[in-house]
Design a protein around this ligand. Structure first.
Ligand SMILES: N[C@@H](CCC(=O)N[C@@H](CS)C(=O)NCC(=O)O)C(=O)O
Length: 303
């Protein structure tokens, strides 16, 4: 299979979810470092609008959102297993909770701890993604979020009394999903002490960190763009394996996240599956691209 190119940046916690899966699966990948705020002139031409990190590129196919990226990695590299079929439903539910509830519980205290070091433009950029986010909102919300994350840590601790990983003896996507929000606490020893207060959670955290950085080689963004330019989308003939009222292959659609960071990508609908949608679009300099999204958490609008 063509090389995996992950567009990410070191501090991205959502990217860390995917980096843990890649390290566990021992899959080699190229890392393109993207800016941590707009503008992203070497990312947006690939997605057609979406700015959120991480983005996985395979040739001229662009995969947005960790929910889809995790499932693609599982399909392409099935061993070691990270989504056992009999636990796939439960994993999806845990992943949703971790990527929203646990993530915001951990994010606010982390932002609070980092406030003195963040460039002023950073909060303006993030307020553009999450209206209402401000220095005042962070200071007001952080104590309650920290109290809640402590309750979540206690729940994880109870579960880890049963088995070394959340669903048993082996690491799964459920572990990667709960690990990455807590990984934010590595930004502050005072916050990390909340993890250390639960030795079983701290051991689990250390086990997952122990997978190491993985088989990663840096790649320049321009090189990744050249890869996209030289390739063609691998989506093949348009396919719909489910029917969704109001949607048909070949329609012009806009796809955007339904939570925050709602920049949209527009194109022709070419894949409509139970858990994936894809559009093709022509970029003026890169040519034909396919941009793939999970259906979960995304809104599809007919143009
Ligand atoms: N649901 C998305 C969320 C991704 C997300 O929020 N990523 C953050 C970085 S960790 C982001 O894009 N922040 C704004 C930016 O990097 O420009 C996913 O699972 O990939």
């Amino acid at each position: 299979m063509t090389d995996l190119i992950l567009h990410n940046y070191p501090q991205s916690h959502f990217a860390e979810k995917i980096r843990r899966l890649l390290a566990y699966k021992r899959v080699a990948w190229h890392s393109v470092e993207q800016p941590f705020m707009m503008p992203k002139p070497e990312l947006v031409p690939l997605t057609g609008g979406v700015r959120r990190i991480p983005v996985l590129q395979v040739g001229a196919d662009i995969y947005c959102d960790t929910r889809l990226i995790a499932r693609k990695l599982e399909a392409w590299y099935p061993t070691p297993v990270c989504i056992p079929p009999d636990q796939a439903g439960l994993i999806g539910i845990i992943e949703s909770w971790a990527g929203s509830v646990l993530m915001f519980q951990a994010l606010l205290p982390t932002f609070e701890a980092l406030l003195p070091y963040l460039p002023p433009e950073f909060l303006v950029d993030r307020a553009g993604m999450s209206p209402g986010l401000s220095r005042e909102a962070i200071l007001a919300g952080a104590p309650q979020a920290l109290a809640q994350v402590r309750l979540s840590l206690a729940q994880l601790d109870l579960r880890l009394a049963v088995s070394p990983f959340l669903l048993g003896d082996a690491f799964t996507l459920a572990d990667a999903s709960c690990f990455f929000p807590l990984w934010l606490f590595k930004n502050s020893p005072a916050l990390f002490a909340n993890i250390e207060a639960h030795p079983r959670v701290a051991d689990w955290f250390a086990r997952i960190e122990g997978f190491g950085p993985g088989e990663v080689t840096p790649m320049a963004a321009q090189e990744a763009l050249a890869v996209a330019r030289a390739a063609s989308p691998a989506t093949g003939a348009p396919r719909a394996t489910v029917s969704v009222e109001g949607l048909e292959l070949g329609q012009q659609v806009a796809i955007a996240a339904d939570d925050y960071g709602v920049e949209e990508s527009r194109g022709t609908l070419v894949v409509l599956d139970a858990d994936e949608i894809a559009i093709t679009r022509d970029d003026a300099t890169l040519g034909a691209l396919a941009v793939h999204f999970p259906r979960s958490g995304y809104r599809i609008t007919r143009l």
